[in-house]
Structure formats: C-alpha cells, structure tokens
Design a protein. Structure first.
Length: 181
C-alpha cells in the first residue's frame, strides 16, 4: 500500500494533535450536557471516532450510522443512501455530534443534520477530521474540524479507495495512476 502513496499529508502525530484539540473543544462546549452522543459514520470515520472518544473526559454514548454517496467512485453521486439508521427513542433528550472522516461536497452532513433535527434531536453538530471546502456544493461548515486540506484524493486513517488503505496510520495522497485520476 505504501507504494501507492504519493505523499503523507497528515502524519500519525498530527492526527493525534488534531484529536486532542477537537476533544478539548467538545469538552468545553458540552460540559453541561446531560446526554452526549457521538454518531460514527461508518466505515470511514471509525478510527477518528475511536481516537476522539478516548480523549473526551465527559460521559458519552456511541451510535453508528452508515450513509453512502460514493460507492467505488472517487466523486460523490449526489444521492444520499441511508444504510444503517439510529434505533433510539430518546433523540429529544440527547446532544448529537455526527463524526465524519472528511467533508467534500457537504451533502451528507447537511442531510444528516436535517434528518436528525426532523426526528426531534435536541441538538446536532458535526465533526470532521478533514475538510475540503473547495469541493463544497452546498452551504455547509462543520462545527469541529481537524484540518482543512486542498483538493487531493486522500486515503488512510479510515479513508479508502475501493475499500483499501483504511488501515494506514496516516492520511496520504493517493497516486493518480492508482485510481485513474
């Protein structure tokens, strides 16, 4: 896999620093929350969510949702598909933070904020490891952001291309010849 990486964009040490910073921001913002729930968007945000939750010293609950708009493509289809939904009756009692690996178009997180709010969530905020504002197609800004990056095709630390590279401990730029770019 390493031979397919053009350059390491965010090192393992940098990821740890980003997770520390975001966890502190969340602790400050939610110290009075009675029920804080992190929603891990599968599969890509699993490593980020795991690292983030270890660093948050508040009581938290964990949920999972699976949402897709890419498939095996490198470009979002624009259609949001909900594959795994929350099975909770207490949405109105909980503060939710939707945790994502990367924000490109902004469609997925915009959709999830609207969806959870319409279902009665007390509050919904968003958190992303990486943000590519150049790719935005909707008016969206994440509440918590690890790092803004340029428009590279990146993999590692949960981010994949065709289900590969998720297990790299860093985020790297994938060589264009690997994905046909």
């Amino acid at each position: 896999m390493i031979k397919d990486i053009e350059k390491i964009l965010v090192s393992e040490d940098q990821i740890n620093e980003l997770c520390d910073r975001i966890a502190k921001q969340i602790e400050n913002d939610y110290r009075d929350s009675k029920k804080l729930v992190l929603i891990c968007i599968l599969k890509g945000s699993l490593p980020f969510t795991a690292e983030l939750m270890k660093r948050i010293s508040l009581p938290i609950e964990l949920e999972f949702m699976k949402v897709s708009s890419y498939g095996a493509s490198t470009v979002s289809s624009g259609v949001i598909n909900l594959h795994l939904d929350l099975q909770r009756d207490d949405l109105s009692d909980a503060d939710f933070i939707v945790v994502e690996d990367i924000v490109d178009s902004g469609r997925t997180l915009s959709y999830l904020i609207r969806y959870l709010s319409e279902r009665g969530a007390k509050s919904v905020r968003t958190c992303t490891l990486l943000d590519k504002p150049e790719r935005r197609t909707v008016n969206f800004t994440p509440d918590y952001c690890g790092q803004i990056i340029d428009d590279y095709f990146v993999v590692g630390f949960g981010l994949d291309y065709n289900e590969k590279y998720r297990n790299l401990p860093y985020v790297g730029i994938l060589k264009p010849e690997v994905y046909g770019g």
